[in-house]
Design a protein around this ligand. Structure first.
Ligand code: HEC
Length: 143
């Protein structure tokens, strides 16, 4: 019944939404989907690599350096903490930004991607990031 209800809500949501958006609580990354991962890599190189690094290595000194009171971009690989967050949290942080998720007073250089890239591109880019993690990390993240 519950499953049916969720489906129903999603159906109504899909019908009423004028532009195609994904309900945040339905977010599931697709690191094993080659199409998503490929699209995500393109988005990553265009939108994220300038800060997070072409090899997802982050900016030098990200752990303890601040520039204008703002943190530097952390790596998205095993050495960072991206993998500590659930799919849905990563999606919301990328789409709505840190201010919306933490506080208006929070100063951060990362852009808010709502309106810049589409929801499925956010899922794709995070799926690409996830696809680069070693199996042990992916397994922990899935739980
Ligand atoms: C202008 C630089 C910049 C760009 C471009 C950028 N980011 Fe970030 N990102 C940051 C910074 C800085 C942080 C850390 C913010 C903080 O913790 O205060 C961050 C943090 C994150 C986090 C949280 C990581 C964690 O370990 O908590 C995610 C997820 C993320 N970025 C994803 C993306 C994605 C996906 C893109 C591209 C669509 C992107 N970022 C583009 C600067 C950037």
């Amino acid at each position: 019944m519950f499953v049916f209800f969720r489906f129903f809500i999603f159906f109504i949501f899909g019908l009423s939404a004028t532009s195609y958006t994904i309900a945040a609580e339905m977010i599931e990354l697709k690191p094993n989907d080659a199409v998503y991962v490929k699209m995500g890599k393109t988005v990553y190189m265009e939108q994220c690599a300038s800060c997070h690094g072409i090899n997802l290595e982050g900016q030098d000194g990200w752990r303890d350096t601040k520039v204008d009171g703002m943190r530097l971009a952390p790596p998205h690989d095993k050495s960072g903490h991206t993998w500590h967050h659930a799919d849905e949290v990563l999606f919301k942080l990328t789409k709505y930004g840190f201010k919306a998720m933490i506080s208006e007073d929070y100063e951060v250089s990362m852009p808010v991607y709502d309106g810049i890239i589409k929801d499925h591109e956010i899922v794709a880019v995070l799926s690409y990031i996830k696809s680069t993690w070693p199996a042990d990390i992916t397994e922990i993240h899935d739980r």
